[in-house]
Design a protein. Sequence first.
Length: 164
Amino acid sequence: MADFTHFNEEGRAKMVDVSEKPETARTAVAYSSILVNDEIYERITNQTMKKGDVLAVAQVAAVMAAKKTWEIIPMCHPIPLTGVDVSFKWERESNGHRLMIAASVKTKGNTGVEMEALTAASVCALTVYDMCKAVDKGMVIGPTYLMEKTGGKNGDFKREELVD
């Protein structure tokens, strides 16, 4: 178990001590998506969904989720986020419309923000589902993945291609 940082000497889960790690600027961008039918696409883009402006609510939910990641992912540290942004892009597919979600998170600290970005993107997609499920429960979420991250002792990461 010595090679696994999230386990103590007894093999039990622990939160990693990051107090000795240097503070650096750290960023992460995560993607998710949700595939919706034509009716939902029209209602979202025309802002006629009964629950309100779907993308505005989903964006706020994503920001809130990033800020609360440490409360729902057991071994995440509470970290001060210096920025959270979410952007959307629609892509037409043969079986509907895919809403592409990009969540960007920044901090200056001693641990990364990959989990905060992934949580933001995931909760954003879940919020779209929640707001549209009365119209169609057949929406498909995902994939969700880390696109890039900067900072930290492990260096930078950048995915070369999008995941289908």
